[in-house]
Design a protein around this ligand. Structure first.
Ligand SMILES: O=C(O)CCC(=O)C(=O)O
Length: 341
């Protein structure tokens, strides 16, 4: 793969400084307090690789394991290229720029395409699966779970446009119809460079031990129709943890965390209009019961005719607040009235 295919912004890890200040950080439009007492860096765990007991101990202590360049960046960039070309076909990437830059396009074609087929095509791409199902990622989960593991059949590749983010939640209530929550881990994988102001994932230090989350974790996101937790990062931090942790991610990095860790994504405020591409996937042992929402032939997801297609908030449509969009029998986006303001 040549650098030119990705030009600079999506390029390999050595493509420039990743610790520049960038624009101010926000979540859900709220400014994040970045004072060192309440905001810090994820701690890499590369020194623990190969020592399963130490990895399990660190996971119990921190609630997460973060690895720098666990994966070969070229494998990750191949997945990036595969996915961005598909988004370019439907006008979501502006191909007057190199496609690897992921500059947001008009997206005008989105209502005309079969989003069900599109979403399946992105999730099933061979280069994408080579990342989520790589030996390196599976090995981390094997070490944590002490047996043979598999990814959930559903995988969540995310294309996050400028202005978009992800609300605060724990994964537990969304994944709790199969094996027990302490037998599942999520891995969040940047598909290309993601500077923090371009929409890095942010997790709350100590939240895996927060007693105040016990009732929330016992709920079922679909049956109980759960929404995101409070929008304000300061309120959430004071209620459930101590410091927000994040970093500037490079291709090859992997962030693994448990079902009780409270997290969300920093708003993408890329001044260049660059979209954030990342993936999140879940892993469990092969011989334990699997949540039917996300596993098995024709898994049910959130039910009905909904398709995983996050974002589109700029279209100001009431129904676009969810990451799951209603589609018609041809997989076309179900457009309804604009949101009243
Ligand atoms: O990437 C995001 O915006 C959210 C990801 C997430 O919530 C997760 O990995 O559980």
């Amino acid at each position: 793969m040549t650098d030119q295919e990705f030009d600079v912004p999506g390029g390999p890890p050595g493509d420039g400084p990743v610790d520049d200040a960038g624009p101010g950080l926000t979540v859900n439009g709220y400014a994040i307090d970045t004072s060192p007492t309440v905001f810090g860096e994820l701690e890499p765990a590369n020194d623990l690789l190969g020592d399963a007991a130490a990895m399990r101990a660190a996971m119990a202590e921190r609630g997460y394991l973060f690895f720098r360049e666990l994966l070969d960046p070229d494998i990750v960039l191949a997945a990036r290229n595969e996915i961005l070309l598909k988004y370019a076909i439907i006008g979501e990437v502006d191909d007057r720029h190199p496609v690897g830059d992921a500059i947001a396009g008009s997206g005008d074609a989105v209502p005309t395409v079969n989003l069900r087929a599109f979403s399946e095509s992105v999730r099933g791409g061979a280069a994408y699966r080579a990342v989520t199902d790589s030996d390196e990622v599976l090995d981390v989960h094997r070490a944590l779970l002490g047996g043979e593991v598999r990814a959930f059949d559903m995988r969540w590749p995310r294309f996050v446009r400028p202005g978009e983010g992800c609300g605060f939640h724990c994964d537990g209530p969304y994944m709790n119809r199969g094996t027990s929550l302490d037998r599942i881990y999520s891995s969040w994988i940047p598909l290309g460079r993601i500077r923090r102001h371009e929409g890095s994932l942010m997790l709350l230090d100590g939240s895996h031990r927060a007693e105040g989350l016990a009732d929330y974790l016992a709920r079922d996101a679909d049956r109980d129709q759960l929404e995101w937790l409070d929008d304000d990062p300061a309120v959430v931090r004071d209620r459930y943890g101590s410091r927000w942790l994040t970093t500037d991610f490079a291709p090859g990095d992997v962030l693994c965390f448990g079902m009780g860790v409270l997290h969300g994504a920093i708003d993408n405020r890329s001044p260049e209009g660059r979209c954030r591409l990342s993936s999140d996937s879940r892993y469990q042992c092969v011989d334990e019961p699997a949540d039917p929402r996300w596993n098995g032939d024709g898994f049910e997801g959130h039910g009905g005719r909904r398709v995983f297609y996050p974002g589109l908030g700029r279209w100001n449509n009431e129904d676009f607040q969810d990451e799951w969009k209603d589609v018609d029998e041809f997989g076309r986006l179900h457009l309804r009235a604009p949101r009243s303001t």
